[in-house]
Design a protein around this ligand. Structure first.
Ligand code: CUA
Length: 263
């Protein structure tokens, strides 16, 4: 039996009604519940330094770096009503990133930058947690965002950390190599000393005590030798777990040049 024109008209209006209903629900979700519609992939390049940038009054851009087992910047403060564009990446393995009490729930993926947007309407202490198992320190991988009417350091304290250091071309290439080759998974770039490997910060020019009690100056020869023969000399207190890296002579030089800047 052929459907009559009347039936067709009924069907058409039912479909139209459904479409309008879905459209209205989408608008309600966005306006009333603050749910983000999927956006485009960001064009922000991967970064290794966390920071809070104030773009306009009460409008912040936050670059979060996830690493075993912390978030940078840590424990920031924002004013009530602050809007934040959140960019997130990881310098070692996959991590989770959830701001409890908000809709922000992201994955931190090495080499990729993920984005979310949030408005902190009510003051309070917001916890940020890693929800992807990432090793023995996973459970302690948290930080906070303190939202209050009169924050003492609304972002700025973490933003400006001295004048930017001008790196040579080789050192800059080296700074990227320590990320892509995975070095920073075990060697931190700031003071946070992990139990896995000595931090890179302040390493250059230091005298290290080896497992056998001998002392070695961290210079060009030592650094290159350590990368080529990681098991040869082990710093006291650490396990001989560093893998041998496949690097060219040029890359070896670039990593060395970068480590020189980490005094
Ligand atoms: Cu990072 Cu779990």
């Amino acid at each position: 039996m052929q459907p009559s024109q009347k039936q067709e008209a009924k069907l058409a209006s039912a479909v139209l009604g459904l479409l309008i209903f879905f459209l209205v629900m989408t608008i309600v979700a966005v306006k009333k519940f603050g749910i983000d519609l999927p956006g485009c992939v960001t064009n922000v390049a991967a970064f290794t330094k966390g920071e809070v940038i104030e773009r306009a009054p009460k409008h912040y851009e936050i670059h979060y770096v996830a690493r075993m087992w912390s978030f940078e910047p840590a424990n920031i403060e924002l004013p009530t009503g602050a809007e934040a564009d959140i960019y997130l990446n990881s310098v070692d393995v996959n991590h989770g990133f959830q701001i409890l009490g908000t809709n922000v729930n992201l994955m931190a993926v090495p080499g990729a930058v993920n984005y979310s947007h949030v408005k902190f309407k009510t003051p309070g202490k917001y916890s940020v947690v890693c929800h992807e198992y990432c090793g023995s320190g996973h459970h302690g991988m948290t930080t906070t965002i303190m939202v209050s009417d009169n924050p003492t350091h609304a972002g700025e304290a973490q933003t400006r950390a001295g004048p930017p250091v001008e790196l040579s071309l080789d050192a800059k290439a080296g700074s990227e190599l320590v990320v892509t080759k995975g070095c920073v998974g075990c060697h931190s770039l700031d003071q946070t000393q992990t139990s896995i490997a000595p931090t890179f910060k302040g390493l250059w020019g230091k005298t290290e005590v080896m497992a056998d009690g001998t002392k070695v100056l961290v210079d060009e020869a030592y650094v290159k030798d350590s990368i080529k023969n990681p098991q040869a000399k082990i710093v006291k207190g650490f396990q001989p777990i560093m893998p041998t890296l496949l690097v060219t002579e040029a890359e070896l030089q670039q990593i060395t040049e970068f480590l020189k800047t980490m005094k």
